[in-house]
Design a protein around this ligand. Structure first.
Ligand code: CO
Length: 300
């Protein structure tokens, strides 16, 4: 990566870290989930960045890919365990990071285990390190605390314009002896649970990504499709952003248009992911750049 791009990426990483700190300051019992999402996203755009993806606010047994819809009336409760997963983007340079907020204070073991797993995993990152070793480290921390990592979620490579590129970094020893490479940008994201250690797809989907051009017939689908192409290109977006920008169209037509594009096969949906045993889930994540003898954390 060129020096000027690396500088921009680090600025985006810093904005992500500040956005997570901001999230921590505003997420309290009684706070509207919709307002929290919008405030966190506005925080990132106010720093001059776009979003790598809609802010994920996944609660309790929800592990990932939950973001409020435009008509969400719910508020955080004093029992909620909230994963805030977000990223600031500069053009095609993406960051990805997450923290867990424990409003009850009863889930500190899960939160601390996810943080310890992340920091232990980061401490062994270097060029030549095998992916399975990172997983083994995370799995070891989980076992020490009597918890399970989530086996079908994990970290990933990040390349230009692609948030989930090249490699999958397991949260357990999956036998993958692929080696990390110097200069590679990766996200490591241990998830810890007191449930079964797997996630299933739920019926809730609020995040999508345009994957191809499509031929759609109705006026509403064509308007929505053109708007996505112009404003979100092939980056993930949520219907909530369409509601905000396409006010004159109204939510009913927006949803119908979106459904038509989805049926045409031009959208990848990201369904909400829920822990299989309905266990509580905590997550910690950083984006980092692999170096010869270690790594540098981008999202700090
Ligand atoms: Co990630």
């Amino acid at each position: 990566m060129e020096e000027k791009d690396l500088t921009k990426l680090k600025q985006a990483g810093k904005a992500s870290a500040e956005a997570l700190a901001h999230a921590k300051s505003i997420i309290k019992p009684g706070k509207s989930i919709l307002e929290a999402a919008e405030e966190i996203e506005r925080f990132i755009t106010s720093k001059g960045f776009k979003l790598s993806f809609p802010v994920n606010l996944s609660i309790n047994e929800q592990a990932a890919h939950f973001t409020p819809e435009v008509d969400d009336k719910s508020v955080f409760s004093d029992k909620d365990l909230i994963k805030v997963d977000l990223g600031a983007r500069h053009e095609s340079l993406l960051t990805d990071s997450a923290i867990t907020i424990d409003l009850s204070g009863n889930n500190s073991k899960l939160v601390e285990a996810s943080e310890e797993a992340l920091s232990n995993a980061i401490s062994i990152v270097k060029a030549g390190r095998q992916l399975r070793d990172i997983g083994k480290e995370i799995e070891g921390v989980a076992a020490k605390h009597g918890l399970k990592p989530i086996h079908n979620l994990g970290g990933h490579g990040i390349s230009e314009a692609d948030l989930h590129a090249d490699i999958f970094i397991p949260n357990f020893d999956n036998g993958d002896n692929t080696e990390l490479e110097e200069g590679q940008i990766v996200a490591i994201e241990p998830f810890m649970t007191d449930g079964k250690g797997h996630v299933d797809e739920s019926s809730f989907t609020a995040i999508f990504q345009k994957t191809s051009e499509c031929m759609v017939r109705s006026q509403e689908a064509r308007t929505v499709s053109a708007f996505i192409d112009e404003h979100f290109a092939s980056y993930p977006f949520t219907a909530r952003w369409l509601s905000r920008e396409l006010k004159d169209m109204g939510d009913f037509k927006i949803r119908r248009g979106l459904a038509e594009i989805l049926n045409a096969g031009a959208l990848e949906p990201f369904p909400g992911l829920i822990e299989k045993g309905r266990g509580m889930v905590a997550q910690a994540e950083h984006t980092l750049i692999v170096q010869k003898d270690g790594c540098e954390i981008i999202t700090k």
